[in-house]
Design a protein around this ligand. Structure first.
Ligand code: URA
Ligand code: CA
Length: 436
């Protein structure tokens, strides 16, 4: 089978067989198919798409390119969650402890942030002492002791995705639903969970900018999960503004601690999305019969402090200094805090979440390239949400920084990320759909 014939087949919109897809992915991983042919094929996929049989075959071929994690030695239904990436999205650090406090087993591999989106590993490392590069044996021990652990992806997890993603990044082929779905699901399935809850972000800070696209991505991923026998549910949530108020690593951990300490009320978007994700996880794990029961159990874990205790236990097991649980301000001690005002008044009708993420990145909270170093304490805290009124001299956000070099640029970017209107705008919904 020649790679060029497979490229032509996809280019002409003909469906590919499982054998052909295997041949292409195996050839690529074995260096028989060069980067330029893989890139050309992925560009053809961007234009022609793939049906569910092809997408399933691609995902399975990608999984087989590396070693799968076997979680069967751990008790209960292992339940994972994944977000397609957003700004101010610290749900993992809230949801994993709450689910563990309700009897769930969360053995999770997470990633780092790149560009305007954050990553759970970077957030965890903002706690002094935390080491997420642990041997898998230690990961298993921590899950057995505490019910949860988050670690970095094992080296050999879906190498096909590492190489395909690097190519997609530089050939304009990231934004294809079957390519995103197979990339995400191959990693989730290879990481071993029995059940997967997906948070598909939709809006200005997300890959998917419209509801029909987000629905299609969600359905495609749920279908892949079903295809390989993993219980999978997707929720579609709003990313037209940062999910939490904090954007930055230590700042987001502080917000997660505040939420688990009962200091953030119901109705808040971070609270609502976290509880919805956690309740779907309890349902998939068979730990609640319906949403009402799931919600009741989670509220109890929140109010009793059991969720916060689980976060403390995991941080301690990873070597972290747990004084931050009582004193979360320790995580964001910076030289300078600067309020940002707009100099104009009105209702915030729109926020460009991606720009707000980039503003935090400029202050040192994120990486422009994989080699960049992160300052764990810096970032920004929003004081206003979409739909709220802001007076011209009222701070809309506070910048947390150690190096003022980019302060002006970050403040300007933040200001330009907000659109004001004279009339009260409608509130953006927090959750658009649940797809199972
Ligand atoms: N996240 C992934 O892991 N893969 C994609 O293709 C897009 C987002
Ligand atoms: Ca994330």
């Amino acid at each position: 089978m020649r790679a060029v014939d497979l490229i032509l087949k996809k280019k002409n919109g003909e469906p590919m067989t499982t054998q052909e897809i295997n041949c292409l992915v195996n050839g690529f991983v074995n260096n028989e198919v060069p980067d330029y042919q893989m890139a050309a094929w992925m560009m053809a996929v961007c234009f022609q798409g793939m049906d569910s049989a092809e997408t399933g075959a691609l995902t399975e071929a990608m999984i087989r390119s590396g070693a799968q994690v076997d979680l069967s030695a751990l008790p209960g239904v292992k339940v994972d969650k994944h977000s397609t990436g957003g700004v101010g999205d610290t749900t993992t650090l809230i949801v994993a402890p709450l689910v563990a406090a309700c009897g769930g087993t969360v053995a999770k591999m997470s990633g780092r942030g790149l560009g305007h989106t954050g990553g759970t590993l970077d957030k965890l490392e903002s706690v002094p002492g935390v080491n997420i590069e642990i041997p898998i044996e230690r990961f298993f021990e921590i899950v057995k002791e505490t019910g949860l652990c988050v670690m970095g992806q094992t080296e050999n997890l879906v190498p096909a995705d590492k190489r395909m993603y690097a190519l997609r990044d530089v050939t304009g082929t990231v934004s294809s639903i079957p390519l995103i779905a197979s990339s995400v699901m191959s990693k989730k399935i290879a990481a071993g969970a029995d059940a997967i809850v997906l948070d598909v972000k939709m809006g200005t800070g997300a890959f998917m900018q419209t509801l029909p696209e987000a629905r299609e991505l969600a359905r495609t991923m749920v279908e892949i999960g079903r295809h390989v026998g993993r219980r999978t549910v997707a929720i579609i949530t709003d990313m037209n503004q940062p999910l939490g108020m904090a954007v930055g690593n230590g700042l987001e951990v502080r917000e997660a601690i505040e939420l688990l300490s009962g200091k953030i009320p119901a109705g808040d978007p971070l609270y609502e999305v976290s509880l919805l994700l956690a309740s779907q996880m309890l349902l998939l794990a068979g730990l609640a019969a319906d949403e009402t029961e799931a919600h009741a159990k989670l509220s109890c874990a929140l109010e009793s402090g059991a969720g916060l205790n689980k976060l403390r236990a995991m941080l301690a097991a990873l070597g972290g200094d747990v004084r931050c649980i009582e004193e979360p301000d320790l995580l964001c001690t910076v030289r300078e805090k600067i309020p940002v005002t707009l100099g104009r008044s009105g209702y915030i009708s729109a926020m460009r979440a991606e720009q707000i993420g980039v503003a935090a990145q400029l202050l040192g909270a994120g990486r422009a390239t994989k080699a960049d170093r992160i300052d764990p304490a810096v970032g920004l805290v929003m004081h206003k949400r979409q739909g709220m009124y802001v007076a011209g001299d009222e701070p809309v956000a506070t910048l947390y920084m150690n190096d003022p070099a980019y302060a002006e640029e970050a403040a300007a970017l933040l200001r330009s990320a907000l659109t004001l209107s004279k009339e009260t705008p409608g509130h953006a919904p927090m959750v658009y759909d649940v797809i199972s």
